[in-house]
Design a protein around this ligand. Sequence first.
Ligand code: NOJ
Ligand code: CA
Length: 545
Amino acid sequence: MTALPPIPAPAGLPAPRLEGTDWWRGAVGYEIYVRSFADGNGDGIGDLAGIADHLPYLAALGVDVVWITPFMPSPGFDHGYDVSDYCDVDPKHGTLGDWDRLAAGARELGVRLFVDIVPNHTSSHHEWFRSAVADPTGPYRDYYVWADPAPDGGPPNNWLSHFGGPAWSIDPGGSGQYYCHLFLPEQPDLNWANPKVMEEFAAILNFWCERGAHGFRIDVAHGLTKDPALRDNPQLRPVVHGMHPMDAFASFEHIHDLHRAETAVLFKQWRDAVRHHDAVLVGEMDTRNVQRFSEYVADQTALHAAFVLQIGLTPWEPGSIIDVLLEYQRTANGGCAWEVSNHDQSRATSRYGGGEQGLRRALALTSLMAAFDGMLFFYEGEELGLPDAVLTGAVEDPMSARNGEGMWTRDVSRGPIPWTDGHLNGFSTAPSAWISTAPLPTELTVAHQVATPGTTWHRYRDLALLRKRYPDLWRAPFEVLDRGTSHIVVRRGAVTVIGNLGTSPVDVGGLAAIAGARTVFTSGADFDLASSGVVAGETTVVLTA
Ligand code: NOJ
Ligand code: CA
């Protein structure tokens, strides 16, 4: 196996690099899909020990905070997003002792940790659900959402599961009632109208804060509360046989099962629960409605920030992408967590056209996002320019595994990180990894890219460090100096950012802000803007006065 080269930490920067309770506002985050980052014990599955061993890599990349996908005990029907005990570590991913070692190492390097909390649903193996089923008159019954059948004996309403089929399954305890699950039947939805559920989660958040977490990524944060009358969702178009479950789900207007105004209010209780730890709450927010999004974050009494999933869900249309950025910048009062990708979708380089073009676009857009208020997240492997994995074995994603052969699968973004060009690209010493993917070439490995100046890794690192070196980039007043169909020029204090997402070069030489300015970052080939005045297509450039 090729050894990893030593990874020098960036010099001249304090650790932690951002201080105070508002540290998150300028932070660069990094999402780790725990199964696929690094396998510390050689069983083929990524784990906390693997992350702890690679902390210097994350610190060197300039990452301020790492979001780790769920590593708690779970039967694994949705690879960890079905939690059976919120206050422990699944043996597949290590022990609480491994977490403690990770937390201590991270503290030393100035890297903060976000735990991924799954409050919309538990696993059907959680003791709360087992008790709810075993004793319909007991205290746990009301932890979940139950309803009598419709008059024809079928599900109580027309709600669908994101993963296919109705959002209702019959009580395995034989009461004749249905329970609600917006995901798998093995992921029963919690009833957040019951204040006991909030009490339980306040204790869970406290548990992780006391063990060194600095905040939480909150799964399906837009979904917690449900219409008390369980009304049907309005249907937008017919659902036909063979449709992808995500398309079937999108055929309804989700006003009664998701995006309810009560959920934003509920997060004020979450904020109170973590205030004494100064922990940061960042919600997954699957909405295209910026007003609704802002209800969670704009007054800073509920969530600190939420992921703008709309960027990753918008096809490569430069004008629309810039519109979305500006809309959230204007409305969300800085409560944005920007990302182009995550573990639930195709990788950005593949979505944006693949090859050199896809990579150029992903980096140009990520660099432009760095100049907007809020957190900036990289998804693991983006810093290497990874394309979608080529899958060579069984489908692992339950969404596609349950819905038939050949269906698009989230597995494409969940392949192991290629550390080296050795066995399993240095991810594990096991004979095989939990997911089978084609080996990746040397040029895409960490070992090669870290050791080679000018690689994608170095661009992402330069970008992450830029937010530290020039904090004006995310905290000085935001002014739009110029806006074209596919480009935008933003000034933030002493820093000017030109994002040209279109294919044609843009001449900005006439702008006063360019005169005498120094180019400190470019997402494309190195050049000096002050002398040429022209920004190449699909390139973002950062200048200082
Ligand atoms: C969103 C998570 O990102 C996804 O991976 C998961 O399947 C669902 N929520 C259900 O928890
Ligand atoms: Ca392992």
